[in-house]
Design a protein around this ligand. Structure first.
Ligand SMILES: N[C@@H](CCC(=O)N[C@@H](CS)C(=O)NCC(=O)O)C(=O)O
Length: 218
């Protein structure tokens, strides 16, 4: 099993953290030639990271890879929960993917003031705030996103919020979903104290700094 990508990507990090909760260490490797090389695109025409290669098949999309890991290792502990908790976890991850992530992508692309599309940023900020409200509705923070156990919801939100705190929040004034007095900030606090997600967050912060530095050096 080989995971391609850089840990600094929140999508790669989602998979690495999910695997770690199940006791599997997946160290991502940068694809030779990058994710736009013809060799990589031949296996993954989406041209994005992560991709998981298993028995000669390349599986894209971080949410799908997490489901594959679950199918492969339902016996490994770390992600149990009631069916309704698991449905809530999938809902939270899907809200992130469908409503928050697209807005964050627009904001990431407009961090440079010299090339910024102000109208696009304003529209994305509004939609981003709406997506925070959607998450705030579904997250239970009891203490984890979907209930009593860490799930794919936590693995999805943790790296994403961590990278927001280092990019669009300071550079664009985007509201920080981990701050304030709602359920999301309470959930964030629980994440920083958990035996697996707390140390992972520190590791991830270092990986994000390295990724951002590599962008600056381009
Ligand atoms: N929906 C995808 C998103 C993956 C994604 O956008 N990855 C970024 C890195 S953070 C990427 O590879 N971007 C390159 C590009 O879009 O050209 C997933 O969940 O795996």
């Amino acid at each position: 099993m080989k995971l391609s990508g850089a840990l600094g990507s929140p999508y790669v990090a989602r998979v690495v953290l999910y695997a770690r909760l199940k006791g599997i260490e997946l160290a991502p490797v940068q694809p030779e030639g990058g994710i736009k090389s013809s060799a990589y695109l031949a296996e993954n025409p989406l041209g994005k990271m992560p991709v998981l290669e298993l028995d000669g098949t390349c599986v894209p999309e971080s949410a799908v890879i997490c489901e594959l890991l679950e199918d492969l290792h339902p016996d490994l502990p770390g992600l149990e929960g009631t069916p309704l908790e698991r449905a809530r976890a999938r809902t939270i991850a899907r809200i992130f993917d469908l409503y928050m992530s697209p807005q964050a992508s627009i904001l990431f692309r407009n961090m440079n003031p010299a090339t910024r599309n102000v109208a696009a940023v304003e529209a994305a900020q509004l939609a981003f705030v709406a997506s925070i409200a959607y998450l705030e509705h579904y997250v239970v923070a009891a203490p984890f996103a979907a209930g009593r156990t860490v799930t794919v919801a936590d693995c999805t939100l943790l790296p994403a919020f961590a990278i927001f705190r280092k990019t669009i929040v300071p550079l664009l004034g985007t509201p920080d979903p981990s701050l304030g007095c709602g359920k999301l900030p309470a959930w964030w606090a629980a994440m920083t104290q958990h035996a697996v997600t707390g140390p992972f967050l520190q590791e991830y912060d270092v990986a994000v700094d390295a990724l951002l530095q590599s962008f600056r050096n381009r």
